[in-house]
Write a protein that binds this ligand. Structure first.
Ligand code: ZN
Length: 127
């Protein structure tokens, strides 16, 4: 399907401006999440990691959680950036794999979705 021939109203349940506003808001919130998770990581680790002190253990658990959240948030940030670029390029709402319309339901749940449901499933299966 030719991306340019798909009218905007079939790509997103919101207007182009509203879609951009939603994506920018998500980007801000994801960035804020990254900043707070990085702040947790920047607290020095206790010298002795084998400490039995419950507070130290909690801190170590908290740090590994923060590290995985940082990874998750940075991946999401990359996807949001790509979606914002796609709005400008006129490819937003179209699957990057098959070029089909991603669908309002999926866009509403995941405004930075890059693949339609079936292509996403296919990608997860291959992983
Ligand atoms: Zn697809």
């Amino acid at each position: 399907m030719d991306a340019v021939s798909v009218p905007w109203k079939l790509r997103s349940p919101w207007s182009e401006a509203k879609t951009l506003a939603i994506l920018r808001d998500l980007r801000e919130r994801t960035r804020a999440g990254l900043v707070s998770q990085r702040a947790i990581l920047s607290v020095p680790v206790p010298e002795c990691s084998t400490s039995n002190h419950p507070a130290d253990r909690d801190e170590i658990v908290g740090k590994s959680l923060a590290a995985s959240l940082i990874e998750c948030h940075s991946n999401r940030l990359t996807q949001i950036e790509a979606a914002i670029k796609a709005v400008r390029d006129g490819t937003y709402g179209l699957c990057q794999e098959c070029g089909g319309v991603i669908g309002f339901e999926r866009i509403e749940a995941l405004p930075y979705a890059q693949y339609c449901v079936s292509c996403q499933r296919e990608r997860e299966r291959r992983r």
